[in-house]
Design a protein around this ligand. Structure first.
Ligand code: NDP
Length: 256
């Protein structure tokens, strides 16, 4: 195997929600493989901390403060990355939220907020980077789904709808942009220890024990478990892989 298959030297990557959690785990992996990064989030302080952490690993990163539910902010974010680095090779659509309520208790504006953040933002960011990737002769888009791309949950109607949608959106973009040499894939994380799931553990009694009991590797995922898959899907090692949805879940999705 040629080591350059996984080399991201000279590549420019945007990671939405890259200032913490799974996004930061993937950003670390891309940085270690040689990519330069734009960390996108709403919280400027958190993003600056992530940029400093990546700089300490010896990689270049910038913070772009943007709300990915705002189409104008997305356009400005992509413009800024283009003018700072001159090209865009990799986009990771990772920003996400959940509002845990059963469908009968979820308000329309809450539904909309989850769909806008988790699904519509992936469309807006992907469409916005497409011209730059096409001009560069190719690119990689990685969308973050969930176990709820596969399963339902009583407390996650909008979240599961958004994450199911991410998989179909991934397949559609993979078909549409194959001729532009842009590969589009999804990652489906299992239960990962982040701020998002700390809240879930607090809100859903017995969740921690259920996750451990069902996950064959018998632990929660860590954010650094996402470095390898991010580098694979962002590098030329995956040039013939497109439209897939890859579980990174310690085996959660293969057990009943
Ligand atoms: P975190 O809450 O730790 O991180 C979420 C990230 O998204 C933050 O960086 C946040 O930054 C950013 N974000 C949220 N809303 C917006 C917005 N409107 N505009 C820009 N950035 C935004 O969550 P995780 O790391 O756990 O989740 C990351 C992704 O992984 C999500 O898509 C989630 O659904 C998915 N996932 C997580 C699982 C888990 O077990 N943790 C399981 C399956 C999927 P800021 O606040 O600065 O805007």
């Amino acid at each position: 195997m040629k080591p350059e298959l996984f080399d991201l030297g000279g590549k420019i990557a945007i990671v939405t929600g890259g200032n913490g959690g799974i996004g930061l785990g993937m950003a670390r992996g891309l940085a270690d493989a040689g990519a330069k990064l734009a960390i996108v989030g709403r919280n400027a302080d958190k993003s600056e901390q992530a940029v400093a952490e990546i700089a300490a690993r010896g990689a270049k990163a910038i913070s772009v403060v943007a709300d990915v539910t705002d189409g104008n902010a997305v356009a400005k974010m992509v413009e800024r990355v283009g003018s700072e680095f001159g090209r865009i090779d990799i986009l990771i659509n990772n920003a996400g939220i959940n509002i845990r309520k059963p469908p009968h208790a979820l308000e329309l504006d809450e539904w909309q907020r989850v769909i806008d953040t988790n699904l519509t933002s992936a469309f807006a960011c992907s469409k916005a980077v497409h011209p730059a990737m096409k001009e560069a002769g190719g690119g990689k888009i990685i969308n973050i789904g969930s176990m709820m791309s596969i399963f339902g949950a009583s407390f996650a109607p909008a979240y599961a709808a958004s994450k199911g949608g991410i998989v179909q959106f991934t397949r559609s973009c993979a078909c549409a942009w194959a001729a532009d040499k842009i590969q589009v894939n999804a990652i489906l994380p299992g239960w990962i220890d982040t701020d998002l799931t700390k809240r879930a553990r607090a809100e859903i009694g017995g969740l921690h024990e259920r996750v451990l009991a069902r996950t064959p590797v018998a632990r929660w995922g860590a954010i650094d478990d996402f470095a390898g898959i991010a580098v694979f899907l962002a590098s030329s090692a995956s040039d013939f892989v497109t439209g897939t949805a890859i579980p990174v879940d310690g085996g959660y999705s293969i057990t009943g």
